[in-house]
Write a protein that binds this ligand. Structure first.
Ligand code: S3P
Length: 430
């Protein structure tokens, strides 16, 4: 699908955000592991969360939906069965990496496969610790999917220091750890998103700058009874759009603002963005939720360093768009992980910005972006590379173009935000 973007004079309105993809996928996977039925409100219709439901269905969970709620009857930790040994994780790195931990712990023979993009994403990072836990995983060359998981050795609990600040890797090891008699410990020195710990109620010990998170068979897996909050990663597109267009104002009544997720909020405020955060509360679960309001603002440049990266990882492409309109030079460093997302996002966003006429310098682990608040972006043809966040970031950049831009493979947005294009239409026409 090709989307044409005609730059509006302003952008205004209220957006009901899609529900959080990270939390939704976890709620489905953890509901599979619970002995008690789970009731999840506001489960999103996006592609990745749908994949999570299909996968747990293949492993024996019963999923029924009614109105805005789904009911999941899990199998419990020891009841997981598999009717067909191949499970399709679609485009979802979270599903593949978290499910690998569950399958490895349960010790059932399963092959995890994915689409073309997922089949290019590195899995060695999970294969290594799972091998230490007694699990054999055969992968395609270079540690790529599909992953053929077999456990013929005894389960071994481990103490594992994360070599990369990745919530998917952390969660994979902790989920496998749930099947061990002895505790498995994961040590992180830079905190990545903490949804797994929070939703499973895992013990977290603070040791100086480090978190030590433990899991074992002693952890009773709670049913997942929650209302999934709005996705902060989706909100970030509108926070940037509302900032960079004159005379604009966007309200998002319900956005998840878990501190391990929303560094972009602080980065944008540091840049001078006019963002109000109201009514922080915990809606039907442990996750903090806020109403966000953004208005047009003059942006200053920002430097983003490695310690802020994990908590802004998915928002970096659209933060690069904001930087293109800042009054000076911005730098992102320590963001090499962006090369391993649904596309190489450092390359992808550089190309989007350059096609629009923005000067960008690429580094091994980051970008330098030359901003200009008055700049008109060159109308261009952008390709999403089948990456949802690149499709949506290119759209936000195109709102400031000197003519109509086009985005091909725009349907990729549905991976996390199926309503993105209608929402953009409604904001530009009100
Ligand atoms: C996610 C963690 C992040 C993020 C991804 C979702 C999760 O990946 O980029 O979109 O749900 O745990 P990494 O943990 O690999 O950084």
């Amino acid at each position: 699908m090709i989307k044409k973007i005609t730059p509006p004079d302003r952008i205004r309105g209220t957006i009901i955000l899609p529900a959080d993809k990270s939390i939704a996928q976890r709620s489905a996977l953890f509901a599979l592991l619970s002995e008690e039925p789970s009731h999840i409100t506001n489960y999103p219709a996006a592609e990745d969360p749908k994949t999570a439901l299909a996968c747990i269905g293949q492993l024996g969970a019963k999923v029924a939906s009614k109105d805005n709620m789904i009911r999941i009857e899990g199998t419990g930790r020891d009841g997981i069965t598999v009717s067909d040994g191949v499970i399709d994780c679609g485009n979802s790195g979270t599903v593949m990496r978290l499910l690998a931990g569950i399958i490895a712990g349960a010790g059932i023979p399963v092959t995890l496969a994915g689409d073309e993009s997922l089949s290019r994403r590195p899995m060695k990072r999970i294969i290594d610790p799972l091998a230490q836990m007694g699990v054999d995983i055969r992968s395609a060359e270079g540690g790529l999917p599909p992953l053929e998981i077999r456990r013929e050795r005894a389960f071994q609990s481990i103490r594992f220091r994360l070599p990369v600040a990745s919530a998917q890797l952390k969660s994979c090891v902790l989920l496998a750890g749930l099947f061990g008699e002895e505790p498995t410990q994961v040590i992180e020195s830079v905190a990545s998103r903490n949804h797994t710990e929070t939703m499973l109620g895992l013990p977290v010990q603070r040791n100086g700058n480090e978190n030590i998170i433990s899991s074992s068979r002693a952890v009773a897996i709670p049913p997942q009874n929650l209302e999934i909050p709005g996705d902060f990663s989706a909100a970030a597109f509108w926070l940037v759009a509302g900032s960079i267009l004159d005379d604009s104002e966007i309200v998002m009544p319900s956005a998840g603002v878990n501190p391990t997720r929303c560094a972009a909020l602080h980065i944008l405020r540091r840049m001078g963005a006019d963002i109000e955060i109201d009514m922080v509360h915990h809606a039907g679960g442990m996750e903090p939720v806020a109403a966000l309001r953004v208005r047009s603002a003059k942006l200053r440049p920002a430097d983003i360093h490695h310690d802020e990266i994990p908590n802004a990882i998915d928002e970096l492409p659209v933060l690069c768009v904001a930087m293109a309109f800042a009054d000076g030079i911005s730098r992102i460093t320590g963001a090499g992980e962006l090369r391993f997302k649904e596309s190489d996002r450092l390359v992808a966003i550089q190309q989007v910005l350059e096609a629009g006429g923005v000067r960008v310098e690429a580094h091994e682990e980051g970008l330098t972006i030359h901003g200009d608040p008055k700049r008109k972006i060159r109308a261009a043809h952008h390709d999403s590379r089948h990456d949802h966040r690149i499709a949506m970031s290119a759209a936000i950049l195109s709102l400031r173009a000197d003519g109509m831009s086009e985005i091909s493979n725009a349907e990729a947005a549905a991976v996390s935000y199926p309503e993105f294009w209608p929402h953009l239409d409604s904001l530009t026409h009100s």
